[in-house]
Each structure stands twice: as structure tokens, then as C-alpha cells.
Design a protein around this ligand. Structure first.
Ligand code: SF4
Length: 64
């Protein structure tokens, strides 16, 4: 599945990194960075958790 991050919405809370450290990192200002735009089954649940906990609704998981 494809991970989409709207960095302009990000409020640098870091919740996505805690939920899915293999997929998200933060830059020097705390803004989220995508480490992987495609995730396999092993990481889908982690990304779903990141989507759920992101306070800015900046993350989407898209089926394709
Ligand atoms: S959880 Fe959302 S607001 Fe927080 S760092 Fe990640 S993308 Fe940004």
C-alpha cells in the first residue's frame, strides 16, 4: 500500500515515528519525513496506527 504524507499539515508531534519508526522520521524542525512510500503487509498495521494517532490528519494509507 502507498503512504501519503502532507508535510504542510504536520505539527511535529512525533506520534507517527513512535507508531511506525521504519516508515517515518522527523527533520530538524520535527516535521515528519517519509522513509518509505510503499509498505508491505508487515508494516501496514504500524502505518494504520500512525494514521490513527496523527493529531493533524496528515497521513493517509492508499490502496492501489
Ligand atoms: S504524527 Fe502527524 S503531526 Fe505528528 S509528526 Fe507525524 S505526521 Fe506530523
Amino acid at each position: 500500500m502507498k503512504v501519503e504524507l502532507e508535510a504542510d499539515k504536520c505539527v511535529a508531534s512525533g506520534q507517527c515515528v513512535l507508531a511506525a519508526a521504519d516508515v517515518f522520521d522527523q527533520d530538524d524542525d520535527g516535521i515528519a519525513i517519509l522513509l518509505a512510500e510503499e509498505v508491505g503487509d508487515a508494516l501496514v498495521d504500524d502505518v494504520k496506527e500512525a494514521v490513527a494517532v496523527c493529531p493533524a490528519a496528515a497521513i493517509r494509507l492508499v490502496q492501489r
